[in-house]
Design a protein around this ligand. Structure first.
Ligand code: GLY
Ligand code: MN
Length: 450
């Protein structure tokens, strides 16, 4: 649902309040399409999410400006020349013509200008200079960081218009996964399954996918981000699904700029083996238990660690690991099989609010601590919960790791499962005052299809 002007005004007012500026001028740019070098073509354009959040406009060039001295916002949108209109349809006209931005800035040229959004000079890492002698405020990168972090803190909590778009994205994803459950079978290629699924996303009204779909069969499930044409965009390979393969599909439709992000893993065309069934149920159990932890006041890092301990205990039970699950997590043994975070915030980007360097460790900086794994969950946040277990050659065949973990990993058993692939189960979860709401609950979780 496109936010009303009132909702947009509320978003802007909350951001301005967090900024606490006095007489600065702020410009947020949506950006321009990236060119494909050596050609006159461009890649598909998506606006900087901060601009999308504050304007609900997605056209390239859209620019939002803020004059802190009077507390007023001004929106500038592109207008096409007649020559350009011969080739391209016009963007929806919004605000003042973009051509007038220069004069608007010129009138305020004595004031400090801070550029956010596309092309902003975001520092790559913490720490940023801290204020002791007043130098902090003068550091341009620091101003970009702090003002962008303030927008991020607003974007973390979704309003009704945003949740409506995420729900619509999830509904389109549901149509795609339903197609997979009905049609995917041994003998089909990963690519055929991907195309059939995505066709349903689009037919359900999604303008685009939220990220490159991962359709990984058999051993390919052990590459966390296995995507079509990831090997070679000119002549991509695809694999034919075999009877009894695990099929890991991590895909999501986008709607109104908002992502959904769903993973299901199924055995295709056969009943699961004992190992497939044990690990599939283990991952599902870890997911269910940690979804239930997505409640106000929980520290996200603790939810992740809980998932890792559950998975570690299962791997011990299965005879792949030896030792106490909590210690196996701390020592990094469980991470050989679960080498990613339990999930991430979801919103205008599938991995939402990741452009800002954040504090990995608990931080007393309120602006930055909420952006990292130490964040405290609150109502209105949407997070994915996506535990997984994988047999990744790059980790399991590494001599240094094998020596380091000789005691805690039963390598003979692990080696028997090389080529197993991976199992991941992922849903999008809204934290509420009450029970967590799974926004992707309509997407079934069959252990076997085909
Ligand atoms: N959807 C892929 C990921 O969350 O990394
Ligand atoms: Mn995800």
């Amino acid at each position: 649902m496109k936010p009303t002007d009132e909702v947009l005004a509320e978003r802007r007012a909350r951001v301005a309040k967090r900024w606490e500026l006095t007489d600065e001028v702020v410009v947020l740019r949506a950006g321009e399409p990236a060119g494909w070098s050596g050609t006159d073509q461009h890649f598909a354009f998506l606006p900087h999410p901060d601009v999308a959040y504050l304007t609900a406009v997605g056209s390239p060039g859209t620019t939002l400006a803020f004059d802190a001295a009077v507390g007023e916002w001004e929106l500038f949108g592109p207008r096409f020349t007649p020559e350009r209109l011969v080739w391209e349809q016009p963007p929806t006209p919004v605000g003042q013509p973009l051509d007038e931005l220069e004069a608007w800035l010129e009138q305020r040229s004595e004031r400090k200008l801070i550029e956010l959004g596309a092309g902003a000079a975001m520092p790559q890492a913490l720490p940023v200079p801290t204020a002791s002698d007043g130098s902090e405020a003068q550091d341009p990168a620091n101003a970009v960081l702090r003002l962008s972090a303030a927008i991020a803190l607003e974007r973390i909590t979704k309003d009704d218009a945003e949740l409506d778009d995420i729900r619509q994205a999830a509904a389109a994803s549901t149509a795609g996964f339903e197609w997979v459950y009905q049609h995917a079978a041994p003998g089909m290629t990963e690519r055929e399954i991907q195309v059939g699924m995505e066709a349903q996303f689009y037919a359900a009204g999604a303008p685009r996918v939220a990220y490159d779909s991962i359709v990984a069969s058999g051993p390919h499930g052990a590459y966390l981000h296995y995507v079509y044409a990831g090997d070679d965009p000119l002549r991509p390979a695809t694999r034919t699904v075999e009877t009894g393969d695990l099929l890991l599909i991590d895909a999501g439709a986008q709607f109104g700029g908002y992502a959904s992000d769903v993973t299901r893993t199924m055995v295709v065309g056969a009943d699961p083996t004992d190992e497939q069934e044990f690990l599939w149920k283990l991952v599902l159990s870890a997911q269910q238990q940690t979804i239930d932890m997505c409640r106000p006041g929980m520290v996200w890092k603790e939810v992740h660690l809980a998932a890792a301990r559950i998975l570690g205990a299962g791997l011990v039970e299965m005879g792949l690991l030896r030792g106490d699950p909590a210690e196996l997590v701390t020592e990094g043994v469980v991470a050989l099989f679960f080498p990613h975070g339990l999930g991430h915030l979801l919103g205008l980007s599938v991995h939402d609010i990741t452009s800002i360097p954040y504090s990995r460790e608990p931080s007393d900086d309120p602006l930055l601590s909420q952006l990292g794994p130490g964040r405290v969950l609150g109502p209105g946040m949407v997070t994915t919960v996506e535990p997984g277990v994988y047999f990744i050659d790059a980790l399991l065949c590494d001599p240094a790791r094998r020596a380091k973990f000789a005691e805690s990993v039963v390598w003979e058993r692990v080696d028997e499962l090389r080529g197993f692939g991976g199992i991941r189960i992922e849903d999008d979860v809204l934290v509420t005052e009450g029970d967590p709401e799974v926004l992707t609950a309509a997407i079934d979780k069959p252990i076997r299809i085909g």
